[in-house]
Design a protein around this ligand. Structure first.
Ligand code: ATP
Ligand code: MG
Length: 273
């Protein structure tokens, strides 16, 4: 993939030298090196390369079927590139791991478990003590604005609350990287905007790196530090946009900022083009 704009000054992880001469430069937490992927011999993408810095949020836009979920699946370790390499922390991704958490379009909650048990699921699997599970569940519930409903069951929640539980469950495992695949697309506009602001606050607080797939230009501009517009992955091409909005990014007023409007228009024109 050859981007039209250059990203951060990201350098490859020097093998085995944590404090080498380039330690002052930003090392990517996530990178693709000339990744290609085929489904049964049908090329979905080829020569895709990018690097994402720790704590960065990259929003991924592109038409249906262009390969957004496939990219996320390779980062999650569910799929293996058919060419090139997908790396996390400089190491090739060999499979799923606790350093990555995935939030899907519809939160796949366990209906027979309370909110707290859903959130603490990864700790339970890891055999952590009950008291720790309860404490982490209540911390994460607070982080996503769900304090007070820890004892409820999923059927007692609204769609937005269910997505928050899904988010809290991923956060409870303290992943380095969060992979979010159109997590808010089924929600009403108001809930969606509130949750977008929540994601930015969580990113600030946890320092998590996020790859966020969306079909909404507004969502991409509001959330992203950078935006990848995947318009031609089969030919190894994508466009990259850097978002320049004032801090704090979680401020809803940013949606009215001239830079927001300008970038939204530029991306819209590029997508039409
Ligand atoms: N399991 C599969 N077997 C064969 N082809 C697949 C499979 N999953 C996806 N594809 C194909 O790979 C391509 C990319 O799919 P992907 O799910 O990554 O698209 P996407 O950009 O996430 O689309 P959407 O916006 O609709 O979610 C599509 O052409 C799709 O038909
Ligand atoms: Mg998809």
């Amino acid at each position: 993939m050859s981007a039209t704009a250059k990203g951060l000054a990201l350098v490859p992880e020097p093998a085995g030298h944590a404090d080498g001469p380039r330690a002052s430069a930003v090392r990517p937490v996530l990178s693709f090196e000339q990744v290609g992927f085929d489904y049964d011999g049908r090329a979905i993408m080829r020569d895709v390369s990018f690097a994402i810095a720790p704590g960065e949020l990259v929003a991924v836009l592109g038409p249906s079927g262009c390969g957004k979920t496939t990219i996320l699946n390779m980062v999650a370790g569910f799929l293996k590139p058919t060419a090139g390499a997908a790396l996390i922390g400089g190491r090739e991704i060999a499979g799923p791991g606790p350093d990555r958490g995935v939030v899907f379009q519809a939160a796949a909650l366990f209906d027979w478990m309370t909110v707290a048990d859903n959130i603490a699921f990864s700790l339970r699997c890891a055999g952590r003590p009950k008291a720790e599970q309860r404490q982490v569940a209540s911390e994460m519930a607070a982080l996503v604005g769900l304090s007070g409903v820890e004892g409820l069951y999923p059927y007692q929640l609204s769609g937005g609350m269910r997505q928050r539980v899904g988010l809290a469950r991923v956060l409870a495992a303290k992943p380095k990287v969060m992979l979010m695949d159109e997590p808010f697309s089924a929600l009403d506009v108001q809930t969606r905007e509130v949750l977008q602001e929540e994601v930015l606050r969580i990113k600030e607080r946890t320092g998590c790196t996020i790859l966020f797939v969306t079909h909404s230009i507004d969502e991409a501009v509001f959330l992203g530090d950078r935006i990848f517009l995947l318009n031609d992955l089969k030919e190894g091409r994508f466009e990259e946009f850097r978002v320049d909005l004032p801090a704090p990014r979680a401020n809803g007023e940013n949606r009215l900022h001239p830079a927001f409007i300008r970038l939204r228009e530029a991306i819209y024109r590029q997508m039409r083009h």
